[in-house]
Design a protein around this ligand. Structure first.
Ligand SMILES: Nc1nc2c(ncn2[C@@H]2O[C@H](COP(=O)(O)OP(=O)(O)OP(=O)(O)O)[C@@H](O)[C@H]2O)c(=O)[nH]1
Ligand SMILES: [Mg+2]
Ligand SMILES: [Zn+2]
Length: 383
């Protein structure tokens, strides 16, 4: 009897570190469900209602989601929660000294966080029959590129775990909208994602105002690539930027994203059709984003043309840093709650504008995003 008790005690003692080990390694004890199997790791490449296409090695699996999913992903903070509330009665606060960028700290996961898997998420899944599986766990998400669905005010994650974004525009047909480019740039800068600016359809000739704008963005330190999906010009330069990374190819409709995708990924159109067929509800895919494997290594996600890009969860405070030429002046205003408005006393950003550090066009983009962010942050009754 005593021996049994001791053994049981030992088992409990060894159980705890074991459980800890499992939690750290992310392994799920599926033996508890009567299925003794280890899990495979993969990347979510396409999503349809109720189904997830997961790539693992050279294989693809059509997966459903385990009812009670384990999530080891830290939850992203709610929009605006990173922003300190401005106490209207407290008066203006002077900066006491140079401010450093605060590190982004992971927020502890909530008790039962809702799981919304996005393309690019890493998952662990249980293999069932050939080509089918069940997702058991979502791995921590490093970063995400999101927009706000302006119609409904909810987040659309364009790509999870992105390394790089190609912001695609056409030199003409349709003419580039650089205010829109500035939005994409701010989004990617805030997410800490490497950026390439693609100017497609160069076979149609480069209008002078587009060349001037391209020079401006190159001076800001961005890689600007002139490409043609039609002639293949500049495509190798783009390919070199994509190698071994997970990239989002995004931009307005009609600029040639799908055409570029077809040049970069042999058989892209057929692969996309195959994925749609596999998920069975191709026409009803919710995200429109699909990842395709690049022959030289890495993943490329083509997003459907976005007509309106509203930023998601980029607080107004973070916006000066999302504009490269304003970054040296961020947090330099005399007052901590400076609104960077016209005639604002001691505004370092306005001073930078007056000194020509930022062009009026880029400033206009900044001011517009600032207004939008503030409108989102305002309490309900003030909107
Ligand atoms: N002249 C020229 N035409 C191009 C080029 N790339 C694409 N096109 C044409 O532009 C049109 C739009 O191309 P898509 O590849 O469908 O554009 P997209 O960006 O995927 O558009 P959405 O899917 O609506 O977002 C098509 O008629 C293409 O043939 C190019 O490099 N040069
Ligand atoms: Mg397309
Ligand atoms: Zn200011």
């Amino acid at each position: 009897m005593a021996e049994t008790a001791e053994t049981a005690e030992n088992e409990r003692a060894t159980e705890r570190p074991m459980a800890g080990e499992q939690a750290r390694s992310g392994m799920v004890d599926v033996a508890a469900n009567g299925i003794a199997a280890s899990l495979s790791e993969g990347i979510v490449i396409a999503i349809a209602p109720g189904f997830f296409e997961v790539a693992s090695g050279d294989e693809a699996f059509l997966c459903t989601l385990r009812g009670r999913l384990r999530v080891s992903r830290p939850q992203a903070p709610a929009p605006g929660s990173a922003r300190r509330p401005v106490d209207a009665g407290a008066g203006r606060r002077l900066h006491r000294g140079p401010q450093r960028e605060r590190p982004v700290t992971a927020v502890a996961p909530a008790e039962n966080p809702p799981v919304r898997i996005a393309p690019g998420d890493r998952v662990r899944f249980l293999r069932l029959r050939a080509g089918e599986g069940v997702i058991e766990e979502v791995l921590p998400r490093r970063a995400a590129l999101s927009r706000m669905r302006s119609e409904v005010g909810t987040e659309q994650i364009l790509l999870a775990n992105p390394d790089h974004a190609v912001l695609a525009f056409a030199v003409r047909d349709p003419a580039p909208h650089f205010g829109m480019l500035d939005r994409y740039l701010a989004l990617c800068e805030h997410a800490g994602v490497d950026i390439s600016i693609g100017l497609n359809k160069v076979d149609l000739g480069m209008p002078e105002e587009v060349r001037r704008a391209a020079d401006l963005y190159a001076r800001l330190g961005y890689t600007v690539l002139a490409t043609s999906a039609e002639t293949g010009a500049g495509v190798e330069g783009l390919r070199a930027r994509l190698r071994d990374r997970t990239s989002l190819l995004t931009g307005p409709s009609g600029v040639g994203k799908s055409s570029l995708m077809n040049v970069l990924v042999p058989g892209a159109a057929q692969r996309i059709a195959a994925i749609s067929e596999a998920t069975g509800k191709g026409r009803h895919t919710t995200t429109g984003v699909r990842l395709l494997p690049l022959p030289e290594g890495g993943w490329l996600a083509d997003s459907a043309g976005i007509r309106e890009l509203a930023l998601w969860n980029v607080p107004s405070e973070a916006l000066p840093r999302a504009f490269r030429e304003l970054r040296p002046y961020a947090d330099q205003c005399d007052y901590e709650d400076c609104e960077h408005g016209e005639g604002e006393e001691g505004c370092a950003l306005r001073a930078a504008l007056a000194a020509g550090a930022i062009t009026p066009e880029r400033w206009a983009s900044f001011a517009r995003l600032l207004d939008e962010a503030r409108a989102q942050e305002a309490p309900e009754w003030r909107r």
